[in-house]
Design a protein around this ligand. Sequence first.
Ligand code: HEC
Length: 410
Amino acid sequence: MRIVMFTVVAWASLLSGLITSTAQAQTQAQKDDAKWIVERITGVKWAANDPVMQQAYALAASGNRAGIAALATKQSQFLNITVKNFGLKMSTRDETDQIPLNDFTADIIGVTRDETDARELLYGNFSYLPPNALSDMGAYVKNALQSQQLFSAVDDRKTDFGSQLERSNVQRVLSSSNDAVINPDPAGVLTSQTFMGAHAIAGTNRRVIEYTFREFMCIPIDQWADASAADVRIARDVDRFPGGDNNRYETTCKACHNMMDGFRGAFAKWTYENNTAKYSSVNRGSSDSKGIMNKYNQNSSVYPGGFITTDDSWINNATRGVNLSRFGWRGLDGRNPASAGNGANDFGHLIANSQRFSSCMAKRAFQEVCRKSLADSDFSVYQSMGTQFEASGYNLKKLFQAAALNSRCK
Ligand code: HEC
C-alpha cells in the first residue's frame, strides 16, 4: 500500500514537471518567433528587454502572429530601412540599395506608409517630397528635381524620413523656363527623376521598357522575348540583316525588339537631358516639331523601311503564347483594351493592372523580408500572396506583413 502511494505521487510529480518544462519551451519558441518576425520586418536587431519586444512577447503568448507583424510595421525602421531598401533596388540600373534616398523610393515609402493603392506607383499623379519642399518649390526644383539632393540630405541626417515625407497630389517636371510645372503625362515612379535618369538618358528609351518589366514584372527581357509577333513597330535603327544574315534578325533581334519597340512609343515624348527628366510639351529637349524625341527616329538609314514614330501610341505585343497567361493582362481600367494605349500613364495602367505586377510585388516583398528567394517552380506562392495583395486594395504594408507570416518565409 505504501509502495503504491509512493509510486502515484512520484508519477504525478514527474508528470507535472514534464508539463511545466513543455510550457516553458513553448514560450521560448514563441518568443523567438516573435523576435524573428519583428527583426525581419524592421531589418534591425532588437534587445529582449526593449518595450517593443515586450509587446511582441505578449502578443505571442496569445498566439497573435498577425498582431506581431502589425506591431513591427509600426516601427520607424520598417519604412526607413526595409521599405527604403525594397524601393532603392528597383530605382536604378545597378539595382542596389547602397545609394541615398531618391524620389522614386520616397514615393514607394509614402504609398506604403499611407496604405494607398500601390498600383498608383505606376500611373499616379502624385509625389512624396522631403520636408519643406512644398513651401519652397524653388529649392525643390533646383535640388530635388535636378540632383535629388534634398532627398539624400534627409537620408544623411538619419532622421525618421519615412514619417516626414509630404504627399503632393501632383507630380511636377521642370519646364523649359525652369519652373516646376504639372507633369502632363504622370506615371508615378516611372516618370520620376530617378527612373528617367537611369533609363531615359541617351540611348533610345528601350531600356525604360526593359526595366519596367524587370522591376515591376520581375522578368528579364530575354525571357518574355517573342519573335512570333508581326514586327511592324520595330524602328529603322534596328538592322534586319545583322552581319548580312536576315535569319539572325528573325530569330534573335526581332524577339526582343518586338516587345520593346511595341511599347516604346509610351515614352516618345520623354527624355532625360541636363540632369532633368523632360516631357516635350513643357520642356522640348531634343525633339521634333511633333514633340517626338529625336532618338526615336535616329539612324534611319540602317533599315529605312522600319517603323517611324510620330506620336506616343504604343501596342502590346506580349499577348501570345506563354506571355498571355504569364502577364495576366486586364486592360487599362476599362478605358482601353490591354492591346494598345497612349503615353506613359496608359502604359503604367497596363502594367499595374496585370496579375503579374501583384505577384512581382509579392516576390520582392518576400525577398526583402525573408532574405531569400523561392525556386521558380514555387512562383505560385508569390501568385497567391499577390491575390491577397489585390484583395487588400493593393496595400503594400499588409503585403510586407503577409510575407513575414508566410509559412515559406522561415
Ligand atoms: C535580349 C534582347 C535583345 C536582343 C536579342 C537584341 N536586342 Fe537590341 N536592344 C535590346 C535592349 C534592352 C536595348 C536597349 C539598350 C539600352 O539602351 O541600354 C537594345 C538596343 C538596341 C539598339 C539601339 C542602340 C542605341 O542605343 O542606339 C539597336 C540599334 C539594337 N538594339 C539592335 C539590335 C539588333 C540588330 C539585334 C540583333 C542582332 C538586337 N538588337 C538584338 C535588347 C535586345
